[in-house]
Write a protein of this length. Sequence first.
Length: 663
Amino acid sequence: MPAERRNRASPANTTVWACTECKRRKGKCSGETPCAFCQKSNRTCTYEARPVRLPLTRKNLDYLQARCAKLETLLRTLDPSIDIDALLSSPDCNSSDDGDIAAEQYGDGDLEEMLPESENVCGFEWHEREINELSDGMASLNVDSRDVGYLGTSSGAALLRTVHRLISRQSSSPQPLLLTPTPSISRIAQSLTTTLTASFLIDAYFEHYHPSYPLIHEPSFRNACNNLSTLPPSSSFRLVHGMVLTLGAFTAYDGSNGDEMDVDMRIWTAVRGGLSMASILESGTLERVQALAMMGQYLQKRDRPNTGYNMMGTAVRMGFGLGLHHEGYRCVRETLGRERRRRVWWLLYIFDVGASITFGRPAVVSDRASTRIPANVDDAELTSPTSHLPPATSGITTYTAMIAHASLVRLAARIHSYFISRQYHNQLSRELVHAFDTQIHTWHTSLPPFFTSPAATVPAWFREPRAVVLWKELNLRMIMYKRFLPLLQKGKRQLPDRDAAVCISLALETIASVREYVKAETLRRGGAWYCTYFVFQAALVLVIAVLRTEEQEAVWVEGLESAEVCLDAARGCLGDGAGRCLDVLRRVGRLWKGGDEEVVLEGSSNLLVGMEEWSGGIGMDGLGIEGIGGFDAADAVDLEGWMSMADQGYEDLLDANLFTSDT
C-alpha cells in the first residue's frame, strides 16, 4: 500500500478516502496521490480532511435534548393548537418518502447541516473567468452545487436534485445527469470582423431587449451616439454603448448564421478588457448603474451566473448610493430625468428579485423603497432630462411590460422572503400558499386586456415581453405549490393531492404556453433563453410526478414530449444552453420509454385537450388562473402582520388603473 494511503488510514477506519474529484463525480477512487482517475484525466487530485463525527457523550446528548425542547416550544409558539405527538405518529411522518419531503421543505442550508463536514468546507467557491462547463445561468443543471455557488430551494437545481434522488432509488446504476464539458469558444479572441454593424446591433437591442427591460431612454441614447467619438475613454456612456452592442448581438441571433453566434462574446471581451476596479467602483453615475445592470444580465445568460450576480449586486448598491430607491420631493411637473431614475430603480428591483428566486438566495432590494412605479407614457419625442412627461396612456408603450413586471415582482419578493426563504413548517403552510395564490390572482385580474388577448391583436415587439411576464407568474405559482409534490404516492391509482395536482397543472400550462409561442414566433436567442428556463423547470415537475407514481397520466408524458419539442426549437439559436436541458430530459425519459423517441413539432391541441380532461377528472374545472388559482384566503390566516396589505404603495400596484395613473 502506498505511503500516502497508509497515512490517511487509521486503525479505526481503513476505508479508502476519496479525492475531491472522485467525490464530485461520485465514482470509485483508488486512494493514491494522484489517484488513478485524476492521473488518467490530467486533473488536480486533492483530498479533504476526514469529517469529525459527533461523539456519543452525555454532554452532546444533553445538548440535543435541549435543542429538541426548544424546537417544540417554537412550534407551539407558531401554532398553539398543534399536537406534535399526533403529527409524529401520522402516516405522512412515517412514510418511506420522509427523506424527499425533508428535501423539498427544508432549505439547502438546513440539509447541509446533515451532511458530513467535509462536504461543506468551502463548498460553494466558484471561478468563472473562463468558460465553466458546470455553470449555467438558469441554475437548473447542477445536481451538486459545489464549484458553482449556492443554489437554494427555489432554483431549478432543487428540482433536478429531487429527480436525481428518485432515479437513484429506482435504479441500481442510474444514468448521470451531469453532462460532458462544453467546448470552449475559440473565436472569442478573434477581432470583430462581421457584416453586423454597430447601427444594426443598436437597432437589434431596442427591438429585442429594450421592450422587456427599458434601462435606457432610446432617443437620448441615439442622440449621444452622435458624439461618441468626442467622449473620453473613461466615459460611463462608452460602457453603456458597449453593453448595448453586446446585448443586441446576443438577443438578435436566430441561429441562421453560425458565424454570428459568438459576436456578442467578442464584443464583451473588448468591453471587459477596458474595465478595472477603479473604473467600476470609484465613481457613481446613473449611466454606470445602467452598464453594470446590463453586464449582470448578460453574464447570467452567458452562463457566468455568479459573476453576473456580483455585477448586479454592485449596480444595486450603487443605485442605493445615488438614492434611486427614494422618491424625493414631489414636483409640480414630472420630468424625463426623474422618470428615468424610477425606471432604472424598478428594473434593478426586477433583476435582483428575479436572480434571488432563480438561485434560491436572499434578495438585496427592499419593497419598502418609496420610488413610484414608472408611468405608462410615450416619450419617443423627448430628449432633454428637463422635458416634461406627456400624460399617461392606457395603450401599449415601451414601458407597459415593465410596469406589470414590477408589480408582479414586488409580490414575488414578499412571497420569496416570507415563505420560500423562511420555510414555514406548520399546519398553516397550505393555507398560506392559497392566500399567496389569491394575491397573484388579484394581480392577474388587474392587468389590461391586451395581456391576455390573442397574439395577433398586439404588436409583434410586445409579444415576447408579455409572454415572459405571464410565464414568470406561472413559474412563481409552480414554485409555491411544488412543496406538495412529495404527497404524490406510489401504489393503487387514486386522485392526487389537490395542491400537488395544482403544481402539475401549472407545469403543463407553462409548457403549453411556451409551445404555442415557439410555433407562432420567430425564435431568437433572447426569447429562447426564457423559453428554455421556464419550460425546463416545468418539465422537471412532470418528471418528479412520473417518477413518484406507478401509473403515469398520459398527459404528463405528452407534456414532457412537448417540452422536448420546445427545447429542440430553442437549441437552434440558444445552442448548448437548451441542448444540455434537452439531453437531461432525454436521459431521464429512458427510464419509462423504450429507447430514444423522435418528437415532431405539431399542433398542441392534443396536449390542451389532455390537460382539460385530466383536470376535470380530478375535480378542477379547467386550467389557468381561474381554474386552479381561485382560492379564497382562509379566514384563520392573518396576513396583515407580515404582508402589510394596508401599505398604500402595495395597493397601488394592484390598482386596476395602474396603467393610466401616475403611480
